[in-house]
Design a protein around this ligand. Structure first.
Ligand SMILES: Nc1ncnc2c1ncn2[C@@H]1O[C@H](COP(=O)(O)OP(=O)(O)OP(=O)(O)O)[C@@H](O)[C@H]1O
Ligand SMILES: [Mg+2]
Length: 327
């Protein structure tokens, strides 16, 4: 396993109390594997990713428990120096908003080249050559002519490609992409996603893809983890989850994807809102919104049930996963 997150807890101190943003997350990514992380806004997708990258805002954030094993070693128990080395060279993150992640006063060539100068000790000239190579690799037209351009001179889609290039520069073994295409036009979204998937396969990297969009996931992911109120409520190989979800929340998400064959019909939406993280309801956090909820769901937190074992383990945190799966 490349990355294994075990029982991770993250909380934030706020004026009104402690917000429990991540409440026992478990997920794993193997070399060359793509894990898609799904869930409504505020479910803890980004906070989990920030904890893995070691870029959590602390304070107000605090890791309240758990382990994050990277190549078998717990990142949370590493010296800051080793952590920093891993963060630079072995894992990289791609964010939604390239414009605020790139430096506006440095040419993209200088920013890409800097990676090689700082981490590989290359000369400026060689580093610039590598920058052009990288821009070619992410399919930026006329890379050689554009290497001296600044971020604002590129379109949104091209900027996102530059971010991908930055992330790939040192050939990390893990990439975390947090809504990498959300800010782009729909047509450009697909191109950028295809590029990311292609490079991931070529370089055999592990990829964590955080997204709201169940539609894109089917094409690129190997497995899915669905988050709700800071927990993974269902984890499954991608094709299995589309066939038959084993959690009512996953079912709700699937039912709310617009479908071409149902044009004109009103789109299904899960009723209600995710819970306030300062006061997560007892029992299953989803129970107030769940069409299948029974008395036990209001009192007992569901454990992670094993739905199937092989080849990739499938789990559901629903007391009634069997009914959901077969229903
Ligand atoms: N720096 C912070 N201070 C206080 N609370 C925070 C901070 N960062 C995140 N949170 C809280 O943690 C919770 C989970 O946030 P997170 O960003 O992980 O959600 P998400 O699943 O990524 O949502 P989205 O889909 O909107 O990106 C949110 O309720 C948020 O308010
Ligand atoms: Mg987020």
């Amino acid at each position: 396993m490349l990355l294994e997150v075990r029982d991770l807890h993250v909380e934030f101190k706020t004026r009104d109390g402690v917000a429990r943003a991540v409440n026992g997350v478990n997920y794993s990514v193997a070399e060359g594997e793509t894990l898609a992380v799904l869930g409504e806004s505020g479910s803890g997708k980004s906070v989990t990713a920030q904890a893995v990258m070691g870029i959590l805002d602390m304070p107000p954030g605090r890791i309240a428990g758990g382990e994050i094993l990277f190549k078998g070693k717990d990142l949370l128990r590493m010296k800051e120096e080793e952590r920093r080395r891993i963060r630079g060279a072995e894992m990289a993150m791609i964010f939604q908003d390239a414009l605020s992640s790139l430096n506006p006063v440095l040419s993209v060539g200088a920013q890409l080249g800097e990676m090689y100068e700082v981490h590989r000790g290359m000369s400026r000239k060689d580093a610039k050559g590598k920058a052009v190579e990288l821009m070619d690799r992410v399919k930026i037209p006329a890379a050689k002519e554009r290497v001296g351009d600044y971020p604002h001179q590129f379109s949104g889609g091209m900027r996102q490609r530059i971010m991908i290039a930055m992330a790939l520069a040192l050939e990390p073994s893990l990439i975390i992409a947090d809504e990498p295409t959300t800010a782009l036009d729909v047509t450009v979204q697909a191109q950028v996603m295809d590029l990311l998937a292609e490079l991931q396969r070529e370089l055999n990297m592990g990829l964590i893809l955080i997204t709201h969009d169940l539609g894109v996931v089917a094409d690129v992911a190997d497995k899915i983890a669905v988050m709700y109120a800071g927990r993974i409520v269902e984890a499954a190989p991608v094709h299995e989850i589309y066939k038959a979800p084993a959690h009512p929340y996953t079912r709700g998400l699937l039912d709310s994807i617009p479908r071409l064959d149902q044009k004109g019909q009103e789109l299904y939406a899960i009723k209600g809102l995710p819970p306030n993280l300062l006061a997560i309801p007892p029992g299953c956090a989803f129970n107030p919104r769940c069409p299948m909820a029974q008395a036990v769901c209001r009192t007992d937190v569901p454990p992670l049930y094993r739905v199937t074992e092989s080849p990739v383990e499938r789990t559901s945190a629903c007391h009634f996963w069997k009914e959901c799966l077969h229903g």
